[in-house]
Design a protein around this ligand. Structure first.
Ligand code: G6P
Length: 614
């Protein structure tokens, strides 16, 4: 999704903000551009449709230098992907603005600006903001003040950064509904929609809060909060290391992230388990008081995170005996919900910035829930800051648009949460719980089993050759593996563009069986559990219709390869934890199919890593 970078320094910032854009490429975008105030004090801009490399080429053809600049990658919302619609947008050739988010009242603002003589050169909602700030600046001659006055008139969501030729010493930026961080350098400042964009210049960040407006100059920064009062925000040190955001020897970020799973699963468990139980402190002291009061759980998420929530529902109801509902945020936020007493509201999100999930949380805060818990991968994110409790996954930065390690670490964190709920509901604090002890033991072995599972990579690669010519695929699973089938189908469609659907295998004969023939590969997830015999019958239904089966199975299921059925055996794993492990071969399968098809694995077309607009 759209990315912002800005810089004010005593050195040329063109290369810095361009590098920032390259680091944001993973978020998904369709055009890019940058603008600087050059050494003569004039505003210059280069933009292009397509990749950042196109803008880089323009800079080779027509170089520009400056100590103050803003840059942007755009993911089209209002207006087609084109150079004219690419940011930065200028006003009167003296002000440049980059913006993430959506301005809902742009049409009425546009009319009044047109009446005031402003000419529009794009179809975007953003351009009104550039002209509006310019108009205010004419009256105040103070850029911060002009931005502040403009923001009061905007409806919608934004993160923005703006520069003006007449104030070549300052970069003004603001956020409401879209993330923005300030990068703190030595005698220089930066801003970006994601700290990853700035790691080449700093590892110290200030995470702006909702409604903040910041003015950055060479020597200092000033932040005004939503009410216009000066505030101090803490400076945080980047904790993830620099290599986390680089591909290393891997061909793609996605592959690297798949292979990081044993390590990040271990990191997510670290310090949270004793020999026989989940440590009560794992969720923080506030949780210890809160969890015993929970009578119901409502989980909200989008995309892959939603699938993690679906798995958790099976766990929470089975292990903690507490009713649990799961819903996609974009539906939940517009539904009339009935909140039952003592319900804990749980959001799941890799980024912590997904617009629908955030909006759902904000609604939930007024809807009578017991409290809110965010299970998230980004510590300073809006979701974490705005929730009462948080449980961090330790996946490290995830760059591939198709989520992999974030999903399996979410599942791991959700299982910890479930066990904490179980203890809070049923156990005396000191009582031993044999099932919890068994699962804790199994969790300790999880990274090792993940490692063994990844050794199946070559066999899965071979399997993937069968898929390259296919246009459709069907994924089947039962129980807590139905969401894993959904996640497998999502991965395949996201990165290989093969149409894929997932069904609970018991539903096969209620519709999808009509689609089964030898052109429709059917992928089944078959761990050893109570439902495996039923699943085997479902697989027979597929075979009887000439369907080609690809089964990921526990050896104890006794499913063996035969005519029309390829079987890959996975290492033995505790049945409760199996959804985490059975995800891995499906990730690898999608990856290899996408490789054969030659698609852009890390940045699939039309998709964005973090969907910060509705
Ligand atoms: C986008 C990404 C998905 C992700 C979803 C939810 O669609 O492409 O990979 O699962 O957003 O993102 P979140 O950051 O809230 O988990």
């Amino acid at each position: 999704m759209c990315g912002i970078v800005g810089a004010v320094a005593e050195r040329n910032v063109t290369g810095i903000i361009l590098e920032g854009l390259k680091r944001l490429e993973y978020r998904g975008y369709d055009s890019a551009g940058l603008a600087v105030i050059n050494e003569q004090g004039l505003l210059q801009r280069r933009r292009a449709q397509g990749k950042v490399a196109e803008v880089e080429q323009r800079l080779v053809d027509q170089p520009m230098k400056g100590f103050l600049g803003v840059a942007h990658t755009r993911w089209a919302t209002h207006g087609v992907p084109s150079e004219a619609n690419a940011h930065p947008h200028l006003s009167s050739d003296e002000l440049a603005l980059v913006h993430n988010g959506i301005i809902e009242n742009y049409q009425e603002l546009k009319k009044s600006l047109q009446a005031a003589g402003y000419l529009f050169t794009s179809e975007t909602d953003t351009e009104v903001v550039a002209h509006l700030i310019h108009q205010q600046y004419q009256q105040t001659a103070d850029l911060t003040q002009a931005v502040h006055q403009c923001l009061e008139r905007l409806e919608g969501a934004y993160a923005l950064a703006v520069i003006h030729q007449q104030t070549p010493d300052r970069l003004v930026c603001a956020r409401k509904g879209s993330p923005l961080v300030i990068g703190v350098g030595m005698g220089e400042y930066f801003c970006a929609s994601d700290p990853l964009a700035l790691l080449q210049v700093t590892d110290r960040f200030i995470y702006l809060e909702e409604g903040d407006l910041a003015t950055l100059t060479l020597q200092n920064h000033q932040i005004l909060d939503a009410s216009g009062q000066p505030v101090e925000r803490p400076i945080s040190q980047w904790q993830h290391g620099h290599q986390a955001a680089e591909k290393g020897d891997y061909k793609h970020f996605m592959l690297k992230e798949i292979y990081e799973q044993p390590a990040v699963l271990a990191a997510t468990l670290e310090g949270r388990l004793s020999a026989t139980r989940v440590l009560p402190q794992a969720l923080g002291t506030a949780a210890m008081e809160l969890l015993p009061q929970v009578r119901q759980v409502q989980i909200i998420a989008c995309g892959t995170s939603y699938h993690a929530g679906m798995v958790a529902r099976y766990w929470i109801e089975r292990l903690a005996g507490i009713p649990c509902q799961v819903e996609v945020a974009s539906e939940y936020r517009y539904r009339e919900v009935v909140v039952t007493e003592q319900t804990l509201f749980v959001t799941l999100s890799q980024s912590g910035e997904t617009a629908d999930t955030l909006a759902a949380l904000r609604f939930a805060k007024t809807a009578g829930y017991l409290a809110s818990l965010a299970i998230c991968n980004v510590p300073g994110s809006s979701l974490v800051r705005e929730s009462d409790l948080s449980l961090m996954t330790q996946a490290g930065p995830e760059i591939g648009v198709a989520s992999t390690k974030a999903f399996t670490t979410q599942l791991t964190a959700l299982l910890l949460f479930t066990l904490a709920l179980r203890r809070a509901g049923h156990q005396q604090p000191d009582q031993e719980d044999p099932l919890e002890a068994e699962l804790v033991q199994a969790l300790r072995g999880l990274p090792r089993i993940a490692e063994q599972t990844l050794k199946l990579d070559e066999a899965i690669q071979e399997l993937s050759e069968d898929f390259a010519e296919k246009h459709h695929a069907l994924f089947l699973g039962r129980g807590s593996h139905f969401p894993i089938a959904l996640e497998g189908a999502l991965k395949l469609k996201e990165i290989s563009y093969i149409h894929a659907e997932a069904y609970p295998a018991g539903e096969l004969k209620h519709g999808p069986l009509a689609l089964v023939d030898k052109e429709m590969p059917v992928i089944a997830v078959a761990p050893k559990d109570d439902l495996v015999d039923k699943l085997k019958s479902n697989l027979q239904e597929v075979r009887a219709r000439g369907g080609e089966l690809y089964v990921f199975a526990d050896p104890y299921t006794l499913l063996e390869p035969e005519e029309g059925m390829k079987v890959i055996h996975l290492p033995e794993v505790n049945e409760v934890l199996a959804p985490i492990i059975y995800t891995l071969p499906l990730q690898l399968l999608s990856y290899h199919v996408a490789l054969i098809k030659g698609t852009d694995v890390d940045q699939p077309r039309n998709l964005a890593k973090s969907v910060t607009v509705e």
